[in-house]
Design a protein around this ligand. Sequence first.
Ligand SMILES: [Zn+2]
Length: 204
Amino acid sequence: MPWLRIDDGMWRNRKLLDVSPVGKALWTWCLGYSADQLTDGVLTRADMRQITAAVGIDDWQTPMRELVDAGLVEVDGDAWLIHDYLDYNPSREQVLKERDAAAARLVCLRENYPNETLDSRRRRKAARRARKAAAPVVEPIRRAMVVERDASTCYLCGKVLTDAEITLDHVIPLARGGNHTEANLRVACRPCNSRKGVRTEGLA
Ligand SMILES: [Zn+2]
């Protein structure tokens, strides 16, 4: 379930406003379907059958033509492409990579905290949240972007890491007033990350 991102200016987007209500519904459902089914914004005829059944319309060619005319959807051979889809939403590849990494993190978590109970996990998480909340700047972190920026390389030992080995380290630790931002995060291997603790060595 990757969340779908839609520009919040959509409600006053001229291109979209000129489309009929059915067209607006179709556009929204196309976006949701694409994000859920990881189609990278591409919709085949078979996809369109599912989408239009869900929207509850028989004639979808007419509103689809509207969307194409408005530049919200592009014709791509025998399929359709939602305009700028990947500018706002992660690709199938990114989502699958992120899911693999999340599964691997869960395995690491079980290894690192074998005796953790639901209660102690809640306390550990709450402490972490409190540290984050106290950070001067807190931004949503796009892990995949940080990993790509740092070329999956540990900034402390220089080792190129597999997805399962990657952790993100606050260069200036949260406990030292560091920001919870992508700019203050670096890819680090687990040994380096836990060795560094709350020190600030390796600051570039
Ligand atoms: Zn390292």
